[in-house]
Ligand binder design. Structure first.
Ligand code: ADP
Ligand code: MG
Length: 362
């Protein structure tokens, strides 16, 4: 179900002036084949100016290939790439107003931070004064002012990543492409850098196109997300939209925990055939026989297993009507012992009907 283009049609239709601003990046019918392998199936997408836009999807879903076609490192087999309204499909990377930050952002170890950041300007013969000023500006943007004379070996992993970012920002691109730039960092640093990157993007106002396979990362940082699966985009939307209203079975499973009601369970709980999702944190655990309100659904089952997660507990509930639902509850007053003792208990699951979404197969 191609949802991506429709999303933008809606925006334009609602614009009273009838003229939507020109997209920073526009992909039209983009296809990339390598021999028998179709890396990108047929992508239509618009990324707005100044937006923090993420491409989220599992490994091999076509994110990097799409990014490389925007950058100009790969030529599309079919389709067009437009940057700020201009068709750049046939242009070389250096003729496009974009820069890329890769995961393996190798800095030159023998050069100082300032030399690393200014290297591209030196190659392009930008005069020394101008170069120094722009290097200082770029380092200020990533909060590394005064680090010009350090060597990469004297920096932490997060600081080195910020130097790599400064090296791209120094060229003042209108669009910055980032391919899993935090992938090499450990979890804690990655979480800090997620917040920093988001703040830096808002300050500099450059359009960021950010590739990640990490759903938390995409949900934390992005204005909007495109969810990739097997070379296609299954949904485009704001983080809350994609999380709360997944369009397809794949999106429901990839962004958050897949809680699917299908077949007999759908008939028993929702009252008709179909495929429905409900997020684990929306479900309450009640005693068997407790009544649900008119605006709620209820499903009977047995707690098959309990996973204690510190702040939360995850209950896997086998439904009498078939299938399983996962329920998460905050451990506000529950101890680990109390949580674990719930295993085997008969329960009634209750949740608001409005939290149930019907999803498509694909
Ligand atoms: P992602 O970045 O989402 O992990 P990629 O865009 O790197 O995915 O890859 C998408 C698909 O295209 C994968 O099946 C990958 O093996 C294939 N692919 C990517 N680049 C090439 C290439 N140069 N030659 C052949 N197949 C490729
Ligand atoms: Mg990739």
């Amino acid at each position: 179900m191609p949802i991506a283009p429709a999303d933008h049609e809606d925006v334009r239709a609602r614009d009273p002036a009838g003229s939507a601003p020109v997209a920073a990046v526009r992909l039209e019918g983009l296809v990339k084949r390598y021999g028998d392998v179709t890396a990108v199936e047929r992508i239509d997408l618009e990324i707005r100016e100044g937006e923090f836009f993420s491409m989220l999807g599992p490994s091999g879903s076509g994110k990097t290939t799409t990014l490389r076609m925007i950058a100009g490192f790969e030529a599309p087999t079919e389709g067009r790439v437009l940057l700020h309204g201009q068709d750049v499909t046939g242009r070389a990377p250096f003729e496009r107003d974009v820069n890329t930050v890769f995961q393996d952002y190798a800095l030159f170890p023998h050069m100082t931070v300032g030399e690393n950041v200014g290297y591209g300007l030196l190659v392009r013969k930008v005069p020394k004064d101008d170069r120094q000023r722009r290097v200082a500006d770029a380092l200020r943007m990533v909060r590394l002012e005064g680090y010009e004379r350090r060597k990469p070996g004297q920096l932490s992993g997060g600081q080195r990543q910020r130097v790599a970012l400064a090296r791209a920002l120094v060229n003042r691109p209108r669009v910055l492409l980032l391919d899993e730039p935090l992938g090499a960092l450990d979890l804690k640093l990655r979480e800090e850098m997620q917040i920093e990157l988001h703040q830096i993007q808002h300050q500099v106002g450059i359009t960021f196109v950010y590739v990640t396979h990490d759903q938390d990362e995409a949900l934390t940082m992005s204005d909007r997300i495109a969810v990739f699966n097997q070379g296609r985009i299954e949904q485009v939307g704001a983080p809350a939209e994609v999380y709360e209203r997944p369009a397809t079975r794949f999106v429901a499973g990839f962004v958050g925990t897949s809680n699917l009601l299908t077949g007999s369970a759908a008939e028993a709980v929702v009252g008709r055939a179909g495929m429905f999702t409900v997020r684990p944190e929306k479900i309450r655990l009640e005693d068997p026989g407790s009544t649900a309100a008119d605006d709620e659904y209820a499903a009977d089952g047995t707690i098959a297993s309990v996973v204690y997660l510190g702040s939360d507990t995850r209950y896997h509930v086998a439904l009498a009507a078939g299938g399983e639902l996962v329920v998460t509850q905050q451990n506000l007053t529950t101890s680990s012992t109390e949580a674990l003792e719930q295993q085997g208990r008969a329960v009634r699951l209750v949740w608001k009907r409005q939290h149930t979404r019907e999803v498509a197969e694909a």
